[in-house]
Design a protein around this ligand. Structure first.
Ligand code: S3P
Length: 429
């Protein structure tokens, strides 16, 4: 198993571009495949998760070309996919398996979706249950709650679904099923999760209306191919924002980052902690807000994090917890139970690793309390096979009193294959 040892740094400086947004990259392949005409995608993230999506659509007869710069997807229309010859392996990607389960529910063929050892433990009932209400026929392990899932595609009907959790994966799965359903499919969530599907559905010409935390999709409307430019992933930028904030003498410009308001919880939280973060050159590209982000070293203070900001920062908690470990005072995190069903149980993984580094953490069911410290110890921490745990612990190493070894770092390739190269480029030793 791969590991890396990272030494403390004296600064984090320079100008970087982080790779394309993972969520938008997934959706560009999916909608491109279902549209009529050729969709081109610039800035596509070639991480393992997105390659799982690409392979799944190729296995369903979609021609997808990659010349190293641009992805070209030859759309087959809503009803042009073919039955895959084999099981669709979604690897580590929750987005791939949950979103395509919705799409596959409406096809006129049979399919099986599965994933790696981590994905096969993650809850699928959250999509299987509402899809079944729409008429989907899905079987799976453990009473249809765990992958592999076997999907007998067929006719669907629209439903009005109140999701118990704020989850873009649930919402998007039902929206994709809704493209095939008779009538309207409405999904409402407790607070708004990332709305890339809503934006991209509109961009591709779907019939869609929105109200506060709800979206309604009308079935049977064909989509039209588009040119998509994917902005940099704010979830990847987050590790560098925290790195520059906590490391003294730092000033980092992260260019071309997606700043969709449903994703900028990380900026709101770090600014509330006292972080010097500025958004420059704000603009809109392919229906998504984009900016350059300037970050300078700051003395952070502990804050309370709960409520609507949580889904807007859901993937950033590993990085936020590292910032909290270095902040003055206590940071409390609540309403974040979803962290327990990510690539690993992130509450337990972060708490365990921060304790190894000498930080006092109290773990509770839906969050944790972290007592910040000026002193972070070196040592060995484990990624638990989770890319975001691996990257956040690597950032912690920059301010530890001695080196930190992070084990099992192969997972970083799922979302940010160039992470360690960029880190090396920006840290002063
Ligand atoms: C994603 C949604 C989020 C997020 C994941 C990507 C998406 O999951 O954690 O990394 O692209 O829709 P949930 O919707 O389950 O919160």
């Amino acid at each position: 198993m791969n590991s890396i040892t990272i030494q403390p740094a004296v600064s984090v400086k320079g100008e970087i571009i982080v790779p394309g947004d993972k969520s938008i990259s997934h959706r560009s392949i999916m909608l491109g495949a279902l549209a009529h005409g050729i969709t081109t995608v610039h800035g596509f993230l070639r991480g393992e998760d997105n390659m799982s999506t690409m392979h799944a659509f190729r296995a369903m007869g979609v021609e997808i070309n990659d010349d190293g710069k641009t992805i070209q997807i030859c759309g087959r229309g809503l009803h042009g996919l073919k039955e895959p010859d084999d099981v669709l392996d979604c690897g580590n990607s929750g987005t791939t398996i949950r979103l395509i389960s919705g799409l596959l529910s409406g096809q006129s063929f049979f399919s099986v979706v599965t994933g790696d050892q981590y994905l096969r433990k993650r809850p699928m009932k959250r999509v299987v249950e509402p899809l079944t209400l729409m008429g989907a026929r899905i079987a799976g392990r453990n009473g249809g709650t765990l992958a592999p899932l076997a999907i007998n595609g067929g006719p669907l009907k629209g439903i009005d679904y109140q999701s118990p959790v704020s989850s873009a994966q649930i919402k998007s799965s039902l929206m994709l099923a809704g493209l095939y359903a008779d009538g309207e499919t409405k999904v409402t969530e407790p607070s708004l999760s990332r709305d890339h599907s809503e934006r991209m559905f509109k961009f591709f010409g779907a019939s869609l209306t929105r109200n506060e935390n709800g979206v309604t999709v009308r079935g049977g409307i064909e989509l039209t191919a588009q040119h998509v430019t994917v902005p940099g992933d704010i979830s990847s930028a987050a590790f560098f924002m925290v790195a520059a904030l906590i490391t003294p003498n730092s000033e980092l410009l992260i260019k071309n980052v997606g700043v969709n308001p449903s994703r900028t919880g990380i900026i709101d939280i770090l600014q509330a902690m006292g972080g010097d973060i500025k958004l420059l050159e704000q603009r809109e590209i392919s229906g998504e807000p984009v900016a350059d982000i300037l970050v300078r070293s700051s003395q952070l203070k502990g804050i309370s994090i709960s409520g609507d900001v949580v889904p807007r920062a859901i993937d950033e908690f590993p990085a936020i917890c590292v910032a909290a470990a270095r902040a003055e005072g206590v940071t409390t995190i609540r309403d974040a139970k979803e962290l327990r069903v990510k690539e690993t149980d992130r509450i337990t993984a972060i708490a365990g690793n921060l304790r190894t580094l000498g930080i006092t953490v109290t773990e509770i069911e839906d969050g944790m309390d972290i007592i910040g410290s000026e002193q972070l110890l070196g040592g060995t921490v484990d990624s638990c096979g989770d890319h975001r745990i691996a990257m956040s612990m690597s950032v912690a190493a920059l301010v530890a009193s001695s080196a930190i070894t992070v084990t099992d770092i192969g997972c970083v390739a799922t979302s940010f294959p160039t992470f360690f190269t960029l880190l090396e480029k920006t840290v002063g030793k």
